[in-house]
Design a protein around this ligand. Sequence first.
Ligand code: ZN
Length: 287
Amino acid sequence: MHQRRRRVAAVAVLAGAAVAVWGIGSMLGGSAGKPTTTGFAARLTKIGGTGPGSLLAARSRAEEQAVSRTLAQTPYIVKGGGESKKVALTFDDGPSEFTPQFLEILKREGVPATFFTVGGMYSTFAANATSAQSSGYSIANHTWSHPRMPGLSLGDQASQIDRTTEQIKGLGLPSPRLYRPPYGAFDSNSTGLTSKRGMLLVLWDVDTLDWERPGADAIVYNALSGARNGSIILMHDGGGDRSQTLAALPRIIKGLKQKGFEMVTVEQLLVEDPPRPGETPPAPSQA
Ligand code: ZN
């Protein structure tokens, strides 16, 4: 009897701790100048481990619901609601030979990120994507071969999205709920396909222009001068030589922290700073 009561008490303490972590997670968001030494996912993993019954999985359910709630309002977003000091770093065109170095920096800084991956790259670099997911980062869909989607038939667009989803699922990773079209280019076929699949089309409001390789200083400047509450920041971990982006990343993270921003995944942004109800975001320039 005594043993049993102790066990009940222990479970209650653990549940209390979990609630406390959730509370702290939301309280920390937006406190200016507070260093983000551990990401939300990292804190949950430490307490509950990983796997289907873990707190990380519980967090994912909250994210699933947030994606669905957003999809009920709009098929695509360019940023969060802007109500709190959170931004999402996003990396496109991987997995690549540079991905592990990006992960190393992000892990060292305790910063989560979202990776929009190209299905065709998995044949060479699958391990780099699974490594990102096992760190609690988000793996999203960025087509199979990076075409300009509005030029494709409905069937070809569907194949670009579905092949990549199958590739990601085939590695044991969660089916992606987020999709980003190459070049930010999409049409009504694209949004029809993604909405039908329960996927949210994710654009960005801050373009670092890192793909132009303008030098690390310019990439840092573009990221920091453009960041606002709820910003989604575009960078690339694949598609070419990413050494300038790698050089810029630690300075971008430091600068964002100094400005009081907490970095979150896009899914977390939807949970913690959702787009405002009824607001359909403007499409970005397609230049
Ligand atoms: Zn791309």
